[in-house]
Design a protein around this ligand. Structure first.
Ligand SMILES: NC(=O)c1ccc[n+]([C@@H]2O[C@H](COP(=O)([O-])OP(=O)(O)OC[C@H]3O[C@@H](n4cnc5c(N)ncnc54)[C@H](O)[C@@H]3O)[C@@H](O)[C@H]2O)c1
Ligand SMILES: O=C(O)[C@H](O)[C@H](O)COP(=O)(O)O
Length: 381
């Protein structure tokens, strides 16, 4: 493959494309859901997000030699086929893990405030303790929250400290799902929560899914929740995206259109990881640093402390899920346009920065608050 003058086809929703790939060739941007084989007849390089199914049908008889997905998840990619056909591949592991952890913390603080409990009085169960789950684990542990962890692949590898899913479902007050979507292997996650085990969940628990929609059998969840509305549902992902089951959506406390990982920092990091992987594969010296791209991402959010703020106030000054929830619920009103509206909410998602980018000024936080802020990822100088 040539090192310059490449033909690049890319999902139009990948940020910093020109900045990172512009010097390597010509970029043709297309809506991710419609990229098809005929679009790739002259493409050397294909850059996608999670909505493009990358398989034999898409790539056969095209000159594509490298595929990058600017996402953590890879369930939309037939990686075996790519390997068999000697096509280079990179995903962006961990790119938006901080964003998801922050989404979760923000949601949990919202529900805690509404129901007058402290996270430190609850047991949080994390299912899938990889890049996302680990960051959540670290932040919650630093806050002093008790944790239960479930990750059979890591347990199989001899790591300690995990419990069975059934134990976690029975004992956790808050359950957070962060597994990849898999349908084969030793521990498939498809319909991991289903009609056989949903009832193990404690009365009054909170169930959050920011992994992939089909990890919960959504039909079973809807039926079960009609009898168990004591459980608070927080759903960022849906089984048949972009189609959302409106009946299920009506039952959630917070529902969002698969944006848990949508910090600008996380998205740009994803593009940059592909750039770096591609350069490495092609023996090209990368010319652009992640920090260059982030510096151009726009102003860092400022939070002027007056004194007396709580952790929740400051977290919600950076990310409050309520606005996303409102737009999401509005998008359900017309069933016919709902799938398109789901995609548009994602395409036009407002700039959201990670906690680490926030500039805190004004009144000095108490030592206790400073510790909590630093635990969840704020940078205090
Ligand atoms: N909602 C969003 O915006 C968003 C953003 C980022 C990632 N995701 C999803 O979250 C998933 C997890 O991301 P990650 O970066 O932590 O991935 P990762 O690969 O780093 O970690 C996944 C962890 O899940 C574990 N796991 C696999 N199968 C399991 C099972 N059946 N039960 C319990 N644990 C299991 C793995 O051993 C691993 O430790 C991604 O694959 C992606 O689908 C969603
Ligand atoms: O897998 C991921 O990284 C996330 O689910 C990511 O937020 C997906 O975003 P999309 O590619 O659908 O824009």
């Amino acid at each position: 493959m040539k090192s310059t003058g490449l033909n690049i086809v890319a999902d139009e929703n990948i940020p910093a494309l020109e900045r990172l790939f512009g010097h390597l060739g010509e970029i043709r941007k297309l809506p991710g859901r419609t990229i098809q084989n005929s679009d790739l007849q002259h493409a050397d390089l294909l850059l996608v997000r999670s909505v493009t199914r990358v398989d034999q049908t898409l790539l056969e008889d095209t000159p594509v030699r490298f595929v990058g997905t600017a996402t953590i998840g890879t369930d939309h990619i037939d990686t075996d086929w790519l390997k068999r056909n000697n096509i280079g591949f990179s995903s962006a592991p961990g790119c938006n893990a901080d964003a998801v952890a922050e989404y979760v913390i923000s949601n949990l603080l919202l529900v805690a405030g509404e129901n007058d409990f402290r996270l430190t009085d609850k047991v949080v169960g994390i299912v899938g303790v990889g890049n996302v789950g680990r960051r959540l684990q670290q932040r919650l542990a630093k806050l002093g929250v008790k944790l239960l962890l479930n990750d059979p692949p890591r347990a199989d590898a001899g790591e300690k400290g995990f419990v069975a899913l059934s134990q976690l479902l029975q004992q956790a007050d808050i359950i957070c799902l962060h597994t990849p979507l898999t349908k084969s292997g030793s521990h498939p996650s498809f319909h991991l929560l289903n009609e056989d085990n949903l009832d193990l969940i404690k009365p009054g628990a909170i169930l959050l899914n920011a992994g992939r929609g089909p990890v919960i059998d959504n039909k079973a969840l809807l039926d079960w929740h009609c009898k168990r509305n004591d459980v608070t549902l927080l759903l960022d992902v849906w089984e048949a995206e972009p189609v959302v089951d409106a009946h299920l959506a009506q039952r959630v406390r917070i529902g969002t259109p698969h944006i848990a990982g949508y910090s600008l920092d996380g998205k740009i990091r994803g593009t940059w990881m592909l750039y770096r992987a591609f350069c490495l594969q092609q023996n090209i010296v990368p010319q652009i640093e992640l920090s260059d791209c982030l510096a151009e991402a726009g102003p860092e959010p400022e939070v002027q402390l007056q004194g007396g703020e709580t952790l929740t106030d400051i977290v919600h000054a950076i990310y409050q899920p309520e606005a996303d929830f409102k737009h999401f619920m509005d998008s359900l009103v017309d069933a016919e346009s709902q799938p398109l509206a789901f995609d548009l909410l994602r395409k036009n998602y407002p700039v959201r920065r990670e906690f680490v980018a926030a500039k805190l000024s004004g009144a000095k936080p108490s030592a206790e608050l400073a510790e909590q802020l630093s635990a969840v990822g704020f940078c205090l100088d």
